[in-house]
Design a protein around this ligand. Structure first.
Ligand SMILES: [Zn+2]
Length: 69
């Protein structure tokens, strides 16, 4: 089991889910960790459909991975 970090915490509250045809609470999943920042995806917490994405400019996670390897 992959250890969950604070970067997987709930962030955006609700987004429209095309499958549920309603606004649903979403969960954020970390997709990629890049030197320039992290890439996230938001998924409907009810059906799991991807409802959005986000990039940030936080390079600290990448630096942390470099330290661990
Ligand atoms: Zn849904």
């Amino acid at each position: 089991m992959e250890k969950r970090s604070q970067f997987d915490q709930f962030e955006a509250s609700e987004l429209f889910c095309p499958r549920c045809r309603a606004a649903r609470p979403v969960r954020r999943h970390l997709l990629l960790v890049l030197p320039s920042g992290n890439k996230y995806e938001y998924r409907c917490s009810v059906c799991g459909t991807t409802v959005g994405g986000k990039d940030d400019n936080d390079a600290s996670e990448f630096a942390e991975i470099l330290r661990r390897t």
